[in-house]
Every structure is written in structure tokens, then in C-alpha cells.
Design a protein. Sequence first.
Length: 276
Amino acid sequence: MAEAPVTTTAPLPPPAWLKAVTKPIESLGAMSMFGGQAMLAIPRRPWRIGLLFVQLEFMAWGSLFVVGLTGLFTGMVLALQTVYAFGLFNAQSLVGATVELSLARELAPIFTCIVLVARVGSAVATELGTMRVTEQIDALETMAVDPLNYLVTPRILAAAVAAPMLTMLFNAIAMLGAYGVAVFAKEMSPGTFLNRVATMVDLKDITDGLGKSVVIGFVVTLIAAYRGYNAEGGARGVGIATTEAVVGGLVAIFAIDYLYTAIQLSSSASQGGLGV
């Protein structure tokens, strides 16, 4: 007697909403593992000092003009808005200190890192993505060269060094632009503009902004490196990886900005400060 054929039912695919929820979590986990491996590769020899300086030249020196120009116009428009707003309350003496506090604690690190994402993050993702789809990274592994140590580590370290340097440049040029607009365009006396800066702006305000730029610069470059390192699908895949690197970096900037600022304010409040 012939046996009845056994029929198997294929498993149902997961619903679209479940995939939409799990994919970002999986991507975040994979990126965290990639970042951990990259950080473990930092102290591993050989140390790529030459590659580090090459990346520093590209990220810091190559970004001077665009960061300076962005900072100049940011300071100018901030001075215009602040002079107008404080003029309604006859509080022009607070203009200089308010502009510097806004720049040092928030605008300088955030705008600088946005420029880094646009210029550096896209370049890192494109370079590594091209190397991946043309099998150059596979060739490095075949030659017993650690790709993370050779390609990723110099880039993320250079970004962590270049970000605070560019932030200081942005801050200085923006403050110069704000001074020019307030004093020469709005006819505010130099003493009125600078009167409260020395008393209301602390060194901690500047160092907090620099620390924020270090963290954000490191993370957004790591995101770009991860996207490029795992690109696939030829030229189109490289383009997708670059787009994901820029979009992910922009989102990470504002997320890290909130978390970093919340931690700063909580720490200030716990130490008896005003938390502002």
C-alpha cells in the first residue's frame, strides 16, 4: 500500500511591522559590536601614525574653510536675532554673553559636527564602501592585514581629534562675526557687548562643548565607517551606504546632544550648581 505524500507547510514570513521594529535594533547591535572591535584595535600594533596624520590633514585642515565660513554667518545671524530680542527688554548688555554661551555649549559643537558629517562622513563611507565592493578589504585580510586597524581606527581617532579643534575655530570666528554685526552694524558699544562675557561665561562652558564635539565626532565617523565597511551591491550599494551614513550621523548628532546635555545638567545639579 502506497504511503500518502507528506506535505510540509512553509513558515509564514514575519509581518512587516515586526521587521521594521527589529531591523533598527539589529543594526544598532551590529554597529555596537563593530565599534567595540574598532576600539579594541586602537592599542593593537602596528600603530598607524602616518595614516592618522593623513586623516587629520583631510578632516581638520581640509575642513577649515567651510567650518570658518559657517561659523562666521552663524555668529552674524545670532547677533542680529539677539540684539533685536534683547533690545525689546533694554537688556543689550547681555548680548555678548548670550551669544558666547549659545556658541560654546551648543551651536559650535553641533554645527561643526554637522559639517563633519556632510564632508567627512560621506567621504569615509564612500571610500570604505568602494574598497568593500571592489574586494580591496578582502585583499587586505588575505595579506594578514587587519582592516579595522588599517582603515577604521585612524579615521575614528582623527575625527575625535579634529572635531574639538574645528569647534574652537567655529566658536572664535562666530564670536568675531557676532562682534562685528553688533558693534559696527547695530552700533552697540564694544564695552556693552563684551561687558558680561568674562563674568557669565566659565571655562567649563567651553570645555563641555569641546567634550561634546569629541563624542559626537567619534560616533558619527564610526557610523560612516560601519556603513561603508559593510556596503554591498556595487555602485548602488555604495550610494546607499553613503546616504545611510549621512542620515544616521545627523540623527546621532541630535540624539547624543540631548543625552550629553542631560547628563551635564544632572551632574551640575547634583554638585550643587544651578544646572544651567
